[in-house]
Each structure stands twice: as C-alpha cells, then as structure tokens.
Write a protein that binds this ligand. Structure first.
Ligand code: GLA
Length: 730
C-alpha cells in the first residue's frame, strides 16, 4: 500500500518507492507536516512535531495559541491567525477580512490518480501505479472546504500535490492565494538550486545556501518565462550529482508562479510553490470550485542525477501523452534560420527536395506564411495563406513535399495579434488591454484575451481551416511576448484579477482541443525559444523548442540546465549553420550533430547553400542519430561534465534501462597543448558486467573498472571537437 492511515497517531504515510512523506492531524484538527525523506518503517513519528515542548498545543495551554500557530510545521498554512511564516492560502471573506483557518474534516484513500479540471497533470497508466490521499479541510466561518490531494507513485520517488477549494457556504469569498504545496524541513542547512535565464540563455543553474528570511524565484510575466523556470531543488550542502539528499519541486503550470524557501526563527525551512499571488484574486461564489495546479515533488537519496532521472521517468511515462509519446520523432528541417521571412513556396520546396535526398523526413515552414507577413510587424491573427509568397497555395506545396516522401509541418502563434491585421481591425477589444490606456507593444504584437471562448473559437476556426486544407503533420506553437496591461473587456470588475490564470486555462483549453481533434499531429511548443519549457506544456506537446540559441557550445549549458527536471527526449534541438546566428561561433558539423542528438534532432539551415562537405555528412549523421535514438529516448541520462563549473569540456551518458549498452558523449570545448588525456569515470553501468567499446571489441573491461577507474579520453585536436563512444555489454 502506498498510502496508510494510522488511527491512533492520526497520521498518514505516503510511500513512493524508497521515499516516504508523513503528515498528521494534531490538536483541534490542525494538519502538521511530520516527515519527508527516505522510506521508514511504520514508527509513530509524532515526537518530531515537538508537541511536548513549549508552546504546547492549544488544548494543553490555550494562552499561547498564537505562539503555537507560529511554530507548528503546518501542512497547508493559512493567513491571519498567528502563523507569521509564509502562508499557502488566504481569502477575503464577505466582510473583507483575511483571516482563515483550515481544520481536518475527513479523508479518503484510493488507487490511481485524479485528473485536475482544465489543468495538465501527471497521470497513472494503470491504477496500480499510484495511490491517492485526499484530505478535506474546512473553514466553517468562511464556508470553505479545501481538499488537499496527494498521490504517491509506487515505483518512483515521486509525490504530487494539488488543492481544490470549494465554496460550501452561502456567501461569496475571494481567494487571494491558493498555493499548491508547502513543505516544512526541520533544518536550515540546505542549498537552493534554481534555473534562471534570459532569451537565448535559458535555464542557468544557480545554487546558494539558504539564509534566514525568504528567497524565491518567480514569474509575473503570464508564462513560466525565460527568466526563471518553475523548478527548485533543495539539497544538503554536500549533495552533488551522485550523492547527498535532494528534494526537487516542479510546477505543472505555464503561467505566473512562485517558488520560495523561508528560513524561520527556529532554523527550519518552509518551502512553498504555487500560482503567484501577486495580482491574483479569484471570486468563488457559493457552489463554485477552484483548482490549484499540481506540484511534483521528487526525493533523491543519491544526488541531483538521480533526482533528474526520476523526473525524466515520470514525465516520459506519466505526463507526456499522445501518439508520439514513445515514438522516434521525424527528423525535421526548419526554414527559420535558413530564410527568416524571406522565402517563397518554391524556395521551401527546394530546401525540402535537397533535404529529402539526404534522409531528412519532415519540412517545417516557420513564421511568415500567412496574412501579408514579410517581417514581424504584421498579420498575427490572420491565419490564412499569404498568396504572394505561397504561390499556388499551401496545399500545392504540401502535396509536392509529400511527393518527395517527406512530411510537412507548420508554425502558428495562436495567442497573438498584430495591430496590422484583419483580426485586430475587426476586434480591437479582443486584445488584452486596460481601457483608456495605450497598449504596450512587444515584438510589434499584442496578446489575445484567451479567457474569452469566442476569441479562442475564432482563432481555432482559422487554424482548423488551414489544418484541414492540407496534410499537415506537425505544428510549432509559438508564443513570443509576455503580458502587460492585464485586463479583459469581457470580465466584470470583481473578476478582473482572474485574467492571468484564466488566460493560461484558455491556452490549455485550445491545446486540448487541438490535440484531441488532431491526434496524429506532432505538437512542438515554443516561446521565443524556451520561455515555456515547463511541465504544463509537456502534457500537451511531447517536445518543446529548447532555445533560440542553436550554437552547439551554448547548448551544452542550456541542455544541461534543462535536464535538471525535463527529459532530453523532449528538448527541441537542431543542427544549424555556422557562423552561428546567435553567437557568431563556428563549430564542426559533427559536434553540432552530437549535441543536437541529445534532443529531438533536426536541421535548421538552408541545406541548398551549406558546404558540400557538410551536406555530404548529413546521411551519416542521420544514421548515427537513428542508431542511438532509442537509447536517448528511453535510457537513463547521466551528467558527467558541468560547463557551469568547468567550461573546458563536457560529457554525458545515456544508459539503457537494462544496462546492456551505453552511449558516452564528450565535447572538448577548448583544446590545450601538452595535456594528457582526461580520465573520466563512467556512470550507470552494471559493475559486475563486462563491456567493450564498439570500435575496440577486443578490449573488455568490467563496469566496475569503467566506473571506478574511468576511461582515458583524448586525441582530439582543436576547439569544439566531440567524440562519442558506444559501450556494449559482453
Ligand atoms: C520565435 C521562435 C523561433 C522562430 C521565431 C519566428 O523566436 O523561438 O524559433 O519560430 O519565433 O518568428
């Protein structure tokens, strides 16, 4: 059983593989967090709550109730009754008061995992994969019930959480904060690891020890953002890739968020994650329900590497859906860096024709095929074909590309509208805006009010016409600006602050309709590169464009940071032309291939114009990708080098689940004179098995030797050189 209830201690224990999480009902129905860590026998852990120390529980000593409130490790703390640490839940009641107080009412335990209404969430493929605990808490004066939902996965060190609020009273209540998770740690000796970034520099790993007070990352941009990813790990100071205790938190949501750790007066840490409560309000009328998105919590007793692999397994099996989930993805060629806006249908065909001869399988037409779009200053929202560029129409081009034996994919940016567009001229009120204020432009565009069904229906109608007009088998869904002047012409005054979240729900609704109506289409998300690389998006699209920076060396960091919690198989990665358009660096074609092979793989260059040498290299590069793709998609990922710490080299591995083969990839970033080979210890192999490297079958070494002593990696001459080694079990 993954979830058990101990009647005498009134405690709940969730066991997720080698991890357990204990919470319990204490005096007066308060819910306390008791333990999160390595699996334990069925001990009564009540002593950990220190209820026998001053301040005692209110039933023992009510004169110190407020001190009790400020010290109990609350499982889901509320605002206003004496707990001055960060709270997870706050309201405005019918009188405008903010205090509230949640007490245990009931619970239930069941197999499987519930879906969250309108939201992405991890799921079970069969009910025996997990068990769920629901605890109903109530605030009688406000007439609210909050159901805390916990799921423990049987074979993964994963516990997920969310909360559902219901107005069971007779009065309106405004929710001003509904976080999804709060976890108490009985120590302040932890490091906080976060992923910050910027456009073309996404997911930089930052690590610092916790200090007293609050430290957080967040987004108030309307998307998860380039700037901070909704991921945080808390770990022991000594934790590294392969050892030490780590707790990973990832939000299954694509809008505003907060991830915060607070070290409090008694040297404990309270961690919270949820929808950012800045500028958030939600009116809950009698009978209405609000659902907070899911937080995935991963525990690792063996370092960050194991934490990441657990996230990868969960997301590959229990988050990503659809026909492409477990399939090798078609090798695509995208025309963005090849032509930008300057193309015709004939030019696209020429690229496709050349690509098809080299073994590339899908032509993706990026931005600029619709309205009258020749630059980024027009036509978003006009999802009909730009006849001048697309002479003969879209279908004719798609048919010609299909006749080459290639699939065809298309770019959309469905959430946006250009001021210069038929859509905006007809419906200026459909853009998100504050009445009486000028609209702020960003990349020459405005954001459509996706809280409005008629807006979504209209955009979707246009998309459907295009999708039904030709054999389109892939969509790149882009989102190239963040939100400003967040107000809706369709919401009443007392619901205006709901727009941030209603916008995200609207995006999810449309992605859901698209993936339901067109289950064969492969959807790739994108947001100015990787501004929406989050678990919410992975629920709808099995791959996400990782970054607009396609330089192989920059990608070493970006992909390493992204792999903290997202699987490599979901990272959009392409071989592009050199000098690289973002950084001006020239790297060998082979290295670009080795780095892109870590992700979904494809090309983003004008294959008719690159050197003959590079063109000739493509078939072998594709063969190499094909050879290792199953390993990359289904194997365990091990980070070995770390460009954030040593930018002279990088290395990583993919090891098959049965440990029968492993791919080792190495990049020499800077070549140096008179150096001996580098000794690198392999990871993840079976220590007792023997392996040979494919190019030297006569040399057999034990997994133990390969991991404890390592291999000598050298013989590369020059900067940015790479090599791969394939180890096979004897
Ligand atoms: C964004 C994407 C790019 C490309 C352009 C097109 O920046 O990340 O890959 O699609 O938009 O405008």
């Amino acid at each position: 059983m993954s979830v058990t209830y101990n009647e005498s201690a009134r405690s709940f224990k969730l066991t997720a593989k080698d991890t357990c999480y204990v919470l319990q009902v204490v005096s007066e129905g308060y819910l306390a967090h008791t333990y999160f860590g390595k699996a334990l026998p069925d001990d009564d852990l009540t002593y950990l709550l220190r209820l026998d120390e001053n301040p005692f529980t209110p039933e023992t000593n009510d004169r110190d109730r407020a001190s009790f409130m400020d010290t109990l490790p609350f499982e889901y703390p509320t605002y206003g009754l004496g707990d001055y640490r960060e709270h997870a839940f706050a309201i405005r009641d019918k009188n405008g008061a903010a205090a509230c107080d949640l007490r245990y009412k009931s619970h239930r335990i069941y197999d499987g995992k519930p879906a969250l209404d309108g939201l992405p969430a991890t799921f079970t493929n069969t009910p025996d994969e997990a068990q769920t605990l629901e605890i109903v808490m109530e605030d009688k004066p406000a007439g609210l019930e909050v159901t805390l939902i916990y799921t423990a996965f049987t074979d993964l060190d994963v516990i997920t959480r969310s909360a559902v609020v219901k107005n069971v009273g007779g009065d309106d209540v405004k929710l001003t904060r509904v976080y999804s998770a709060c976890v108490e740690f009985d120590t302040e000796k932890l490091d906080m690891i976060t992923l910050w970034g910027s456009w073309a520099r996404e997911r930089v790993i930052e690590r610092s020890p916790l200090h007293h007070g609050k430290q957080s990352v967040d987004s108030m941009r309307g998307e998860s953002s380039h700037q901070n990813n909704p991921f945080t790990a808390l770990c022991e100071h000594k934790a590294d890739e392969d050892s030490g205790e780590c707790f990973g938190f990832n939000f299954v949501y694509s809008g505003n968020f907060i991830s915060q750790a607070e070290v409090t007066q008694h040297k404990k840490t309270r961690y919270v994650m949820g929808i950012n409560s800045a500028d958030f309000e939600w009116l809950l009328e009698p009978g209405e329900v609000f659902t907070a998105p899911e937080v995935v919590m991963v525990h690792s007793d063996s370092g960050l590497g194991k934490m990441s692999r657990t996230f990868h397994d969960l997301y590959r099996n229990n988050l990503i859906r659809g026909e492409w989930k477990d399939k090798r993805r078609p090798i695509l060629i995208n025309n963005w860096e090849a032509t930008y806006f300057n193309f015709t249908a004939e030019k696209i065909y020429q690229i496709a024709e050349q690509a098809s001869k080299l073994g590339i399988e899908m032509m993706v037409l990026d931005d600029g095929w619709f309205g009258h779009r020749d630059s980024d200053n027009s036509s978003l929202g006009d999802w009909f074909v730009y006849e001048k560029k697309m002479e003969g129409g879209l279908k004719a081009l798609v048919d010609r590309v299909n006749a080459l034996g290639m699939k065809f994919g298309l770019w959309f940016e469905p959430e946006m509208v250009s001021p210069d567009s038929e859509l905006y001229r007809a419906h200026p009120d459909w853009a998100i805006q504050v009445k009486g204020r000028p609209l702020t432009l960003c990349r020459e565009q405005y954001v459509l009010d996706y809280s409005r069904k008629e807006v979504r229906d209209y955009v979707y109608g246009m998309m459907r016409k295009i999708l039904d007009s030709a054999n389109i088998e892939y969509i790149k869904w882009d989102m190239n600006r963040q939100l400003t002047e967040v107000a809706s012409n369709a919401l009443p005054e007392n619901r205006q602050r709901e727009l941030w979240h209603r916008y995200v729900l609207g995006v999810y609704d449309l992605m859901n309709r698209l993936t339901t109506d067109y289950p064969h289409i492969l959807l790739e998300n994108c947001s100015g590169g990787g501004a929406r690389f989050d678990a919410g998006m992975l629920y709808y699209s099995p791959q996400i464009w990782c970054s607009d920076d396609t330089d192989a060396i920059e990608r070493l960091k970006i992909q390493h940071g992204t792999s903290m919690c997202y699987p490599c198989s979901a990272m959009g990665a392409h071989v592009s032309d050199c000098p690289n358009h973002s950084v001006g660096r020239s790297t060998p074609f082979e290295t670009r291939g080795h780095v892109a092979m870590v992700g979904t793989f494809g090309y983003e260059l004008d294959v008719t114009r690159i050197s003959q040498e590079d063109r000739d290299a493509i078939p072998a590069q594709i063969a190499e990708f094909n050879k290792y793709n199953t390993l990359v998609r289904t194997g365990d990922h091990y980070r070995i080098g770390n460009m954030f710490e040593d930018n002279l080299w990088d290395a990583w591995m993919f090891v098959s689940k049965d440990r029968s083969e492993a791919l080792f990839e190495f990049v020499q970033v800077i070549g140096r004179a008179n150096e001996r080979s580098r000794r690198i210890k392999l990871k993840g192999l079976d220590p007792e098995a023997y392996y040979f490297e494919e190019s030297k079958p006569e040399v057999k070494l034990s997994g133990a030797a390969l991991m404890e002593c390592g291999i000598n990696v050298g013989g590369l001459w020059g900067d940015y050189k790479s090599k791969i080694l394939h180890f096979v079990r004897v």
